[in-house]
Ligand binder design. Structure first.
Ligand SMILES: C[S@@+](CC[C@H](N)C(=O)[O-])C[C@H]1O[C@@H](n2cnc3c(N)ncnc32)[C@H](O)[C@@H]1O
Ligand SMILES: Nc1nc2[nH]cc(C(=O)O)c2c(=O)[nH]1
Ligand code: SF4
Ligand SMILES: [Mg+2]
Length: 207
């Protein structure tokens, strides 16, 4: 039977939640509790968490319960990811987290309207479903996945749209990491407004 997901965000399809170290981007190396919501229709062929795509497979879970779990960990930072978390109204969840003194970070493609109260927004734009202007305007970091050479042009297109303070990252697509990392290294040396982001958790063999 299809999920009836309430639009007030009080219940959300939760795939998994785990305490680990942020592996990517600006906050790399910091402990955080990850909340992975199910559901995504962006369709990146190289997505490393395709099991998240079908929201129906992931139980509707009370946002209050998710917050209670998050409070148990020493780090007062939560990363909301997915799937595509902005499919859902995240106002209620993020209010609850912030009321508990927890900083709220999101990983998003930006393909759906911005909801929630965020201390940090990581925008990772996708060619398969372009990001919306309100998410682009709120991004603290732009993290472009490099699958082939054409992604450098895609990266520059979005760098021109984000706020001036937005941090700029190029991250190799994992299955093409051997081929793309050297190209990213050369690109960053030639265009130093960019930095390289590696999926350090995959090298460390942690979640
Ligand atoms: C699985 S996505 C979930 C959040 C959101 N749907 C998004 O794409 O930003 C989390 C992060 O992993 C990145 N990612 C996904 N698959 C990847 C891969 N094969 N190699 C490198 N990064 C990947 C995404 O671009 C995003 O920054
Ligand atoms: N350690 C770790 N860091 C991450 N940063 C973003 C992730 C994600 O899948 O959104 C992720 C993840 O899955 N694990
Ligand atoms: S938008 Fe994110 S979760 Fe959705 S397919 Fe792309 S990488 Fe995977
Ligand atoms: Mg991941």
């Amino acid at each position: 039977m299809a999920h009836q997901i309430p639009d007030d965000g009080t219940r959300l399809p939760l795939m998994e939640a785990f305490y680990t170290i942020q592996g990517e981007g600006y906050h790399t190396g910091k402990a955080a509790y990850f909340i992975r919501l199910g559901g995504c229709d962006v369709g990146c062929h190289w997505c490393d968490v395709k099991e998240s795509w079908d929201a129906e497979l992931h139980p509707l879970t009370a946002a209050d319960a998710i917050v209670e779990q998050a409070k148990q960990y020493p780090s007062k930072a939560v990363v909301v990811t997915g799937g595509e978390p902005l499919l859902y109204n995240l106002d209620y969840l993020t209010r609850g987290l912030q009321a508990a003194g927890i900083k709220t970070f999101i990983e998003t493609s930006g393909a759906y309207p911005l909801s929630g109260h965020w201390d940090w927004i990581c925008l990772s734009p996708k060619k398969f479903k372009w990001p919306l202007p309100d998410v682009i305007a709120a991004a603290g970091e732009l993290k472009v996945i490099v699958f082939n050479k054409s992604d450098f042009e895609w990266a520059e297109k979005h760098a021109a749209l984000v706020p001036p303070s937005c941090r700029l990252y190029l991250q190799p697509e994992w299955s093409r990491e051997k081929e793309m990392t050297p190209l990213i290294v050369e690109y960053v040396k030639a265009h130093p407004k960019w930095e390289i982001s590696l999926q350090t958790h995959k090298y460390l063999n942690i979640p």
